[in-house]
Design a binder for this molecule. Structure first.
Ligand code: 13P
Ligand code: SF4
Length: 319
């Protein structure tokens, strides 16, 4: 097997040869994030991944993340070839929101504006009025609330209830959760706060309410990275996937980052806070991505046309 450096060189050569750009999420490994940076690609949260994919030059996009990110890229850039290191990289939120049940739920509540999180299939997006990511969920729901709209929110119940609490909007929740963020526990954060009393607590809003309540900053991955630049603390307790440490440490060099425990009282869980699907993106499968015809993303054109409407609203909402 090739060593890491040789694999990185192989991938760089392939990106050039195929006029391809690598788009990576903050939860992928440091090797993949640094490759995206070094080759003129993008490392970002899910909103900026979508935006970059639709605006960048290049005929091919390699999306290192999870499947909904590849589908979103394809919907926004149907003319581009979109490849992923593995199509098995899914998301518990996407799995937990099958289109038939979701569609029936929407039919039962047809008086509500349907807002879905980006972590959903193309079919679910096609059924929605709005798609949002965690960076703009609050702003979009606040905007809709001010127009007197009642919301049907899916799939993440924790993010949905956070948005409802913050905006005061009338939000009906689908019962879905992220298996990574749901594991953060309030008691674990309190225990680690006792060890680092001056630390600020940074929480992704896919975490349970009791964890969000302890936060000094709540936000999307990019908003949490920004919080490390603006908060004066020297230590941050971070309740999101550990992959974020690569970029977060660049944003606050010299400061200390501590992962929030995912087990109950007292215990820390160093192997947790790692999305198993994000972890399926590896240098090995990235290096063979052009040889694997079954790693290309295709979205049914009719579905894509429908999903583009709420996705376009999201991109136009905050330019
Ligand atoms: P962000 O939009 O904050 O990057 O979140 C994506 C995600 O999957 C979080 O678990
Ligand atoms: Fe989905 Fe959670 Fe993984 Fe994000 S961290 S991709 S929400 S399972």
């Amino acid at each position: 097997p090739q060593n890491t450096e040789a694999l990185r060189e192989t991938i760089k050569g392939l990106l050039k040869k195929y006029n391809a750009k690598l788009v990576a999420h903050y939860y992928t490994s440091p090797e993949i994030q640094s490759l995206a940076e070094e080759t003129g690609g993008c490392v970002s949260d899910s909103l900026e991944m979508a935006r970059f994919g639709s605006q960048c030059e290049g005929s091919t996009l390699i999306v290192a993340g999870v499947k909904f990110m590849g589908e979103t890229a394809k919907i926004l850039s149907p003319e581009k070839r979109v490849l992923m290191p593995t199509l098995e990289a899914t998301c518990s939120l996407d799995i937990g929101c099958p289109i038939d049940e979701f569609s029936a739920f929407c039919d039962e509540h047809s008086d509500r504006t349907v807002v879905v999180y980006a972590n959903t299939s193309a079919a679910v997006k096609a059924r929605a009025d709005w798609v949002v990511t965690s960076s703009i969920a609050l702003d979009v729901v606040d905007y809709l609330d001010k127009q007197g709209k009642k919301i049907l929110w899916a799939p993440d119940k924790h993010l949905g209830s956070y948005v409802a609490r913050k905006t005061g909007a009338d939000v009906l929740l689908w019962d879905g959760a992220c298996i990574v963020h749901e594991e953060f526990k309030a008691q674990g954060i309190l225990d680690i706060k006792a060890q680092y009393p001056d630390a600020a607590v940074l929480v992704h809003p896919e975490s349970p309410e009791s964890v969000v309540e302890l936060a000094d900053a709540v936000g999307s991955t990019s908003q949490l990275i920004n919080a490390t630049k603006t908060l004066p603390n020297d230590t941050f307790i971070v309740a999101t996937d550990q992959g974020i440490f690569y970029k977060m440490q660049q944003a606050c060099p010299g400061k200390t980052l501590v992962i929030a425990p995912t087990a109950g009282s007292g215990a820390t869980c160093r192997s947790c806070a790692n999305c198993p699907w994000m972890g399926m993106n590896e240098l090995e499968n990235l290096a063979t991505v052009f040889d694997q015809p079954d790693n290309e993303i295709f979205v049914d054109p009719e579905l894509a046309k429908k999903a583009l409407i709420p996705l376009g609203r999201m991109l136009d909402f905050k330019k």
